[in-house]
Design a protein around this ligand. Structure first.
Ligand SMILES: [Zn+2]
Length: 304
């Protein structure tokens, strides 16, 4: 063999190795950081859940507003290229004399990349926002803040919308659902370190990583049933069970996410999930968790 063909073969071989390594790193790998820590003190969260006097949540209603379709490996690194349903929800906490909303999904315009959009569900959510006494978002992404961003009554709603300091400070993550600058400037931020009680039985848990303003929401119902809404720390329960992140191609180049921070959070959620089987973990976009919760009555279909 002459020198040139040999060099070409060697070059191709090197490229294949680099390409294989890059493919593995971007699509398959979900290794975590060597240092750092993240922990949730559930005893302290429960103490805070009891710190605001008043009646706790009686029912939790859900609206399934839209669905995306993603390849499995975009959701759990290494899960392959089969496509999966990625539902987008809004939740309504029903207290005896008022309601609160967690996450506001998106409208049809923002949802142009969705594979399904349910206008009736969206309309019920928008109507319910008008009468809610509290609206929080798990994080500043368009499929969670979009319904609020495009609500015709946005400015009036800001009286009951509670955004965190970090959510207000990172509007670039809101992309096309970015709240107007004057609304952001006049919003009174929630400022807290790790946990914050915001209603009887309802506690915010800071969880930066997926976005700077990401938080989880713990809810303890009046009958003692407990939920932990993860926002998009994990899109599915499988991320928690396997302690595996989304593929880096997604976290690095589409989401600009702190992959290591999310890995530490997944490890802690995995610990809690094992230790507390009665705590209902609700990931951001898990079709089977949603279906099961509707079947067992954990969630009631359609807002009040
Ligand atoms: Zn999301």
């Amino acid at each position: 063999m002459g020198k040139w063909p040999q060099r070409i073969l060697i070059t191709l071989g090197v490229l294949a190795v680099i390409g294989g390594a890059a493919y593995y790193w971007l699509i398959v790998d979900s290794s975590g950081p060597s240092g750092g820590s993240y922990s949730i003190d559930m005893a302290e969260v429960r103490r805070l859940a009891d710190s605001i006097p008043g009646d706790k949540v009686q029912e939790i209603h859900v609206e399934h507003v839209a669905s995306f379709t993603f390849p499995a490996t975009a959701i759990v690194a290494g899960d392959g290229w089969d496509t999966k349903d990625v539902p987008v929800q809004s939740y309504q906490l029903v207290f005896p004399d008022h309601t609160a909303i967690i996450d506001t999904a998106l409208d049809k315009e923002l949802g142009k990349d969705t594979t399904a959009f349910y206008s009736d569900a969206y309309d019920r959510m928008i109507a319910a926002m008008d009468t809610a006494s509290l609206i929080v978002i798990t994080h500043e992404h368009l499929d969670h803040i979009g319904g609020l961003a495009h609500d015709p009554h946005l400015r009036q709603l800001m009286n009951v919308v509670k955004l965190t300091k970090e959510q207000i400070a990172s509007p670039e993550y809101m992309t096309s659902a970015r709240l107007p600058d004057d609304v952001l400037a006049s919003a009174k931020p929630l400022v807290y370190d790790r946990y914050l009680a915001i209603a009887p039985g309802v506690v915010l848990i800071k969880a930066p990583g997926h976005t700077p303003g990401s938080q989880m929401v713990f809810v303890q119902r009046a009958d003692g049933t407990e939920y932990l809404f993860l926002g998009d720390v994990a899109w599915t329960l499988r991320n928690v069970e396997l302690v595996r992140e989304r593929a880096r191609l997604v976290t690095r180049f589409f989401l600009n996410e702190d992959h290591d921070a999310v890995m530490l959070e997944l490890a802690e959620l995995h610990r809690i999930h094992e230790a507390e089987p009665n705590l209902h973990i609700i990931p951001g976009h898990d079709a089977s968790v949603l279906a099961d919760a509707l079947k067992t009555g954990l969630f009631i279909d359609k807002f009040k």
